[in-house]
Write a protein of this length. Structure first.
Lengths: 214, 214
DNA sequence: CCATAAACGGTTCTGTGGTTCCGTTAAGGT
DNA sequence: ACCTTAACGGAACCACAGAACCGTTTATGG
């Protein structure tokens, strides 16, 4: 600390830069990975409101100071977890039939949401997003990625004249997921294969009717 | 309390009965009302994770001991708030046209969810439900009531042959709300009148196609 | 109208979630 | 290979959410 000219030193900004941004390699990356995995486990077990950062630190075998310093609040940790989840994408099916593709998508969503681990994780993550704007932002990005991944099969359907020209692919994909999430979060109606197939069929019917034409 | 034969007295169960159940009149009812109102305000302002029971007590001008005793955890308070919300229902429209009715419903939902107070309240309440099973239960009951209230117009449409026989009214109503809640909670897509009208149109198209026939 | 105890409410106490401090380890530039 | 300092980690510390205690108010049955 001998020759700093402008900002940075002490007392000027509340914090210089986010920790983990200047030296993101080696140890830092390893810590992040371990903490995010531990956070996922903790969320599955205790839900969002039961998320204890000290517990996460213990699971990750990391000092709790580190967790508090890098992610401050529970919501921040979940937000980071979400950006991580958005990166690891699963490949979509492409059968050449819109019904089939959307049904496959719907069933995948149901399988995910009813899976003991994944389902609990999604519920917790959505709870977190409903509590914190920055986490909500991260969640929106996550779904934008997921919707983008599956838009292809709708675009193909439009291409081959199976759907009206100008149909918004994202709207169609979202229309498939929406009823399933509504069951999960709001109505509590059962999430089974029948629900999945109905969701897909409803989206197809609406799309064919031109409801999603921009 | 002179001649109770079996349970009740002391030391048997951890707590005899829930406070507020034996003498629900007068003061108790007044307190409940004030606390629920205050809880609503607090939820709107700070969200579910920022819900502080002491703060609620202060707003309601009630001892914080009372709040802790009667509702124990924040989630319990929200659950009670939800049963209260389920009771005050708004009347639905009945224009005689399925499209019109569903569009009115969709627009009402959008108006509710985008209203600064109501919207925040719903988000907070859903967050609470995503954190606690008993609150989730209360939320499911709430939506069962709301869906039941609007089922009439679908039943009428079936009656007059506007929809296939055997169409499940609840499914149709849920199909209207689902995309709107999906936007609110998951995708973050804008919640405007266009979205409402599309949601209603999609539900109608799917229902006409017989997707919701039991 | 009175007696009983249900429910309320102020105060005090405590466990713990989160912060601060400071020494140690190891990225990353030269 | 070496030096600077970003980032980690243990320990002591603190504020406050939530429980426990006990006296006061007031529903409710007779």
């Amino acid at each position: 600390m001998t020759s700093e000219g402008a900002e940075g030193a002490e007392g000027l900004g509340p914090e210089g830069v986010e920790p983990g941004t200047v030296r993101p390699g080696g140890r830092t990356a390893r810590v992040r990975e371990a903490v995010l995995r531990a956070a996922g486990d903790a969320l599955v077990e205790h839900g969002f409101d039961g998320l204890d950062l000290a517990d996460v630190a213990r699971r990750a075998e990391v000092g709790k100071t580190t967790v508090y310093r890098r992610w401050s609040a529970p919501a921040g940790l979940v937000a980071d977890l979400l950006t991580d989840m958005a990166e690891q994408s699963l490949p979509r099916t492409d059968t050449g039939s819109l019904e089939e593709d959307l049904r496959a998508n719907a069933r995948l969503v149901v399988r995910t949401l009813t899976d003991p681990r994944q389902g609990a994780l999604f519920v917790a993550v959505i709870a977190a997003a409903a509590c914190d704007p920055r986490t909500a932002e991260a969640l929106h990005r996550f779904y934008a990625v997921r919707i983008g991944e599956w838009s292809g099969c709708v675009e193909a359907a439009v291409e081959r004249g199976d759907l009206p020209a100008g149909t918004d692919p994202g709207e169609v994909i979202a229309a498939v997921s929406a009823p399933l999430y509504y069951r999960l979060l709001a109505s509590g109606a059962p999430l089974d294969e029948g629900a999945a197939d109905r969701a897909a069929a409803a989206a197809v019917a609406a799309a064919r009717a031109g409801v999603f034409v921009r």
